[in-house]
Design a protein around this ligand. Structure first.
Ligand SMILES: Cc1cc2nc3c(=O)[nH]c(=O)nc-3n(C[C@H](O)[C@H](O)[C@H](O)COP(=O)(O)OP(=O)(O)OC[C@H]3O[C@@H](n4cnc5c(N)ncnc54)[C@H](O)[C@@H]3O)c2cc1C
Length: 389
């Protein structure tokens, strides 16, 4: 088989890139290790920046998002001294959109189906070859048969555990990493959200987040030790702990119900460079991971796709190879901006094991500045709603 761009990974980055390229008349093949149902069932992100929303419209799959996405013009931060709101609209004239990653993925698959996209699920043992030459190719197995795809470029959209990043020689890679000493226990429930906007809580018992997907689907998180496991947390114990960390009035009136999904996610900041190796380009979680505190993972995947789409269009449609050199520097500038913001949000909102009284006072002072200084709110709102592309 031959295609112009082989895309490894059929998650949000891979599908969005494929959709944009196909609409520009560039051929793609997507290889995904899992089944489609598995990909569609993964409960993950839920907050979209304007840039990500615009990308989905550009890809021709924004109709349902426009109908069902909920605009949030601010968010709440709860501290030991009470709760305050950062008004994004007032501070920077922007908003974010609440719309689940599962819905984004579903819309992208629907658009890809309509466009006649070639997507192979359960593609196993994917391997990348001749990346540094002018004729790279990809091998994989499906249903016990070996296959080969010749291509001009390869987009590594296969997430943190994929093979694309590993295909760059280890001695040529630099990995920047911070692993946080706690995780997030998340619960999805078919209940009305606790509040109209998100509540980020800094509490002596640990961080909590009251979030949502839509008016009848809520997503909650609490900070837990990495040694905890999901089996150790009954629904009752989860709700009990969450309520202790949220403001009393919110906790009293909030609706609880059975968890329809419950999982623990470790928190990590990670960037791998280079983003380009010959004809391979790393995109989204394959190149970087942020702790979810800043709601940036899916949004960074969308901006990476934007930069790579422009680079590939330049190279393929205008025969301008120099356009490819622009991908990494443009994407990395935004990646590090989101890294800093996600790290900062994590550092001011969580209780760190061994946190000293000094650390505690600094954290309180950060939150007080955010509550009382307009300039601090402008910086927070600018980053939360998304740095410009
Ligand atoms: C619990 C949790 C909460 C999150 N919350 C938020 C949030 O609030 N806001 C936000 O913006 N982001 C959030 N994120 C991050 C967001 O979900 C990711 O950044 C996003 O999924 C990245 O998309 P991707 O397509 O780059 O990678 P992925 O979604 O990981 O997709 C990669 C795909 O590649 C496939 N694959 C892997 N290896 C191979 C292989 N060898 N061959 C073929 N295919 C392969 C995988 O099966 C997968 O389908 C969250 C993540 C988690 C885990």
């Amino acid at each position: 088989m031959r295609t112009q761009v082989a895309i490894i990974g059929g998650g949000p980055s891979g599908l969005l890139l494929s959709q944009l390229l196909m609409r520009a008349g560039i051929s793609t093949v997507v290889l995904e290790r899992q089944t489609r149902d598995y990909v569609l069932g993964r409960i993950r992100a839920g907050v979209l920046e304007r840039g990500a929303v615009e990308m989905l419209h550009r890809a021709g799959c924004g109709a349902r998002l426009a109908r069902e996405g909920i605009a949030h013009e601010g968010c709440n931060l709860s501290t030991v001294n009470g709760m305050f709101r950062v008004d994004f609209q007032a501070r920077v004239g922007e908003a974010v959109t609440v719309y689940g990653q599962t819905e984004v993925t579903q819309d992208l698959y629907a658009a890809q189906d309509a466009a006649g996209a070639v997507i192979f699920h359960e593609a196993l043992n994917v391997a990348l070859h001749d990346l540094e030459g002018s004729a790279p190719w990809v091998s994989y197995e499906k249903d016990g048969q070996s296959h080969r795809i010749d291509c001009d470029y390869i987009a590594g959209c296969d997430g943190f555990h994929g093979i694309s990043r590993q295909s760059i020689p280890a001695e040529k890679r630099t990995e920047y990493e911070r692993v946080y000493p706690f995780g997030w226990l998340g619960v999805l429930s078919r209940t009305a959200p606790a509040a109209e906007e998100l509540i980020y809580a800094n509490h002596p018992r640990g961080f909590a987040l009251a979030s949502m997907r839509n008016p009848t689907l809520s997503r909650y998180y609490i900070q837990v030790p990495l040694s905890d496991n999901v089996e150790g947390w009954s629904d009752h114990a989860f709700w009990d702990e969450l309520k202790r960390r949220l403001p009393a009035d919110v906790a009293e009136s909030m609706e609880t119900g059975p968890a329809i999904e419950k999982s623990i996610a470790p928190l990590r900041s990670f960037v791998a460079e280079p983003l380009r190796w010959g004809r391979l380009f790393l995109v989204g979680d394959a190149a970087h991971i942020v702790p979810p505190t800043g709601a940036k993972g899916l949004n960074l995947a969308a901006s990476d796709v934007h930069y790579l789409f422009e680079a590939l269009q330049g190279a393929i449609l205008e025969r301008d190879d120099a356009a490819l050199d622009q991908y990494a520097p443009r994407a990395l500038k935004r990646i590090w901006g989101a890294m800093r913001f996600s790290w900062w949000m994590t550092s001011i909102l969580h209780r760190f094991p061994g946190q000293s009284d000094f650390d505690q006072k600094i954290q309180e002072s950060e939150l007080l500045q955010l509550e009382t200084l307009e300039s601090a709110q402008v910086t927070m709102a600018r980053n939360y709603t998304g740095l410009p592309y």
